[in-house]
Design a protein. Sequence first.
Length: 234
Amino acid sequence: MNPRPRQGYRNRVLAALPKAEINRLKPHLSPVVLEQEQTLLDGQAPYAYFLEDGIASVVVTLKNGDTVEVGIIGIDGVVGLPILLGTENGPGRTFIQIAGSGYRVEASVLKEAFERPGELRRHVLRYMQGFLVQSAQTAACNRLHNIEQRLARRLLSCHDRVESDQLRLTHDFLGQTLGAPRTTVTLAAGLLQRAGMIDYSRGVVTVKNRAELEQASCECYGIVRDEFLRLSLL
């Protein structure tokens, strides 16, 4: 399912770049440790990030304080699409939900590299397409599907990107991203746990039966996954 990374990078975009392109970009890539709850983008975007592990969540906050997730980013893409679109800032806040590491690059440097014809531009454009599909399907899912289905979808999406059966996700965080009260998320997680699909202890969700978790999810997970596979992003 996941191609073997080249150049020693786990991030799908960086791993796909030919030697000449990665060599031009490499001097500008600063290794960073990404802590849980760390904000990467909130309005203006002075830096972009390529995650090597961990998960970033893009959330929109309403005036009453309610939040809902509109997308996640892991090793499949890049944090900072507004930079490449030339808009410099975008809606919502992007923060680290599952701690990890990656590379930071100045916005101006990545924009210049993106505007040069080559594989970076091609792969980032493919990622933009995948992210648009993810955001659109997430909006439909949040409106039409129940909390158990949405939780299963969310866990599967994380599982694809962290390449581990253990996901450091608290019920508070899941409530923020799913736009649901913590108690509702706890009840939904309990149902999945009693069915043997997951285990949950001290802020760590362990995926125990992925096949059944896929059955518990709505069709939204499969639609987004298939698009990411078609675009060679997973």
